[in-house]
Design a binder for this molecule. Structure first.
Ligand SMILES: *Cc1c(COP(=O)(O)O)cnc(C)c1O
Length: 369
């Protein structure tokens, strides 16, 4: 009976597979930190998703939810535009930066002809989104260990490219892009290719933002989020910044009501003057914790190299990362393995936590050494 039932189920699944798009059947989905560690995260030190370790408590009094929100709520546009010093017309509010990556691809790429380009090791959602949308991609690896973008090679390979995604500062390597190279590329690709700069971590090195270029280069798009420095990964709120003309085109593609009223309410609070000061102080705290940790770790024998980081995480190359990962796990410290990426063998990406968490991490790594 039972066996028959299982076989029947298998047959059914097989039949459904016939109508699923092939690229979805073959897709390796994004391996999110929350997916990899979904069990009892309560007693664990979570240094695997570049979240903020600092909790800000918010509540919403907005209980009236019978009406749809505005497509682009003006109040949130007002406060964010003040924060970044651009006009409301330069901003599109999204459900996190991840939705921004998707909307831009759907707006500019025809799966039949167009390709995107990105430079691993980098954020994996550029690849995953392209695969979901059946858009081809060209990979141009960054130069190993310095993680500099190979601009020379990019310039020679622009045929059929519609979008180039850069992550600045880059996840998982933590380095920053050269602004002059970006400007040169923006000029070269004018009216042909969109350059997207993912600034998810820019608050940790805010002087490096390319926001001032938005009204100079119409093929520049910048992505922002409240998930990292603002400590609101659970809120799901991000922003696309571009010139007005681009924003108006993207408005055709985004959902009619992307931002729920409770999200809107909390995002507005997070951007008030008082909370911006708190955010900036939290950024300073994290940067100080990072300095302390890197200084302490520089004497650990199990470490081969600590890569320079301008972010809230640090990429570390170990002599044997499997052993380190295992011991950290046993001590309830969860970090992100990067071993799957061939240029990052024996590397782990470690989010900077509270001072207490940094101390625990250091003592554990010291014991291994
Ligand atoms: C975390 C992260 C994102 C996702 O941001 P959300 O706003 O949470 O969707 C986007 N880009 C990079 C580089 C990230 O590290």
């Amino acid at each position: 009976m039972r066996k028959n039932f299982i076989n029947q189920q298998k047959r059914k699944i097989k039949n459904i597979n016939q109508i699923v798009r092939k690229n979805i059947l073959n897709l390796t989905p994004y391996q999110s930190a929350r997916l990899l560690y979904k069990n009892n995260i309560n007693n664990k030190i979570l240094l695997n998703a570049n979240e903020s370790p600092i909790i800000s408590l918010f509540s919403t009094n907005n209980k009236i939810l019978n009406r749809y929100p505005e497509q682009q709520p003006k109040k949130l546009l007002n406060v964010y535009s003040k924060y970044i010093n651009l006009n409301n017309e330069n901003i599109l509010i999204t459900r996190g930066a991840d939705e921004g990556i998707d909307i831009i691809m759907r707006t500019f790429c025809d799966p039949e002809y167009d390709k995107i380009l990105f430079c691993p090791p980098t954020y994996d959602m550029y690849r995953v989104t392209a695969n979901i949308l059946n858009i081809k991609y060209l990979i141009i690896f960054s130069i190993k260990d310095t993680w500099e973008i190979n601009f020379k090679k990019i310039k020679r390979n622009l045929k059929n490219i519609k979008i180039i995604y850069f992550c600045n500062p880059n996840n998982p390597t933590g380095n920053i892009l050269n602004k002059n190279n970006i400007i040169e590329l923006l000029k070269l690709t004018k009216n042909k290719i969109m350059i997207v700069i993912d600034e998810a971590y820019i608050e940790f090195c805010i002087d490096q933002t390319m926001i001032s270029l938005i009204n100079k280069y119409e093929n520049l798009i910048i992505l922002r989020t409240l998930s990292k420095a603002f400590g609101l990964a659970g809120l799901r709120c991000g922003f696309i910044l571009a010139n007005q003309y681009i924003i108006n085109i993207l408005l055709k593609v985004i959902a009619p009501y992307p931002i729920s009223i409770p999200v809107l309410d909390i995002a507005i609070q997070a951007l008030n003057i008082k909370n911006l000061i708190i955010m900036n102080n939290n950024v300073k705290t994290i940067i100080n914790n990072k300095k302390w940790l890197i200084d302490k770790l520089s004497n650990c024998n199990c470490i081969k190299k600590i890569f320079t980081s301008t972010t809230n995480f640090v990429l570390i190359k170990f002599h044997n990362s499997d052993i380190v990962l295992d011991i950290l796990n046993k001590n309830n410290i969860i970090v992100r393995n990067q071993n799957h990426e061939k240029t990052l063998n024996n590397c782990l990406r470690i989010t900077i936590g509270t001072f207490d968490e940094c101390k625990k991490l250091f003592f554990t790594l010291q014991k291994i050494s």
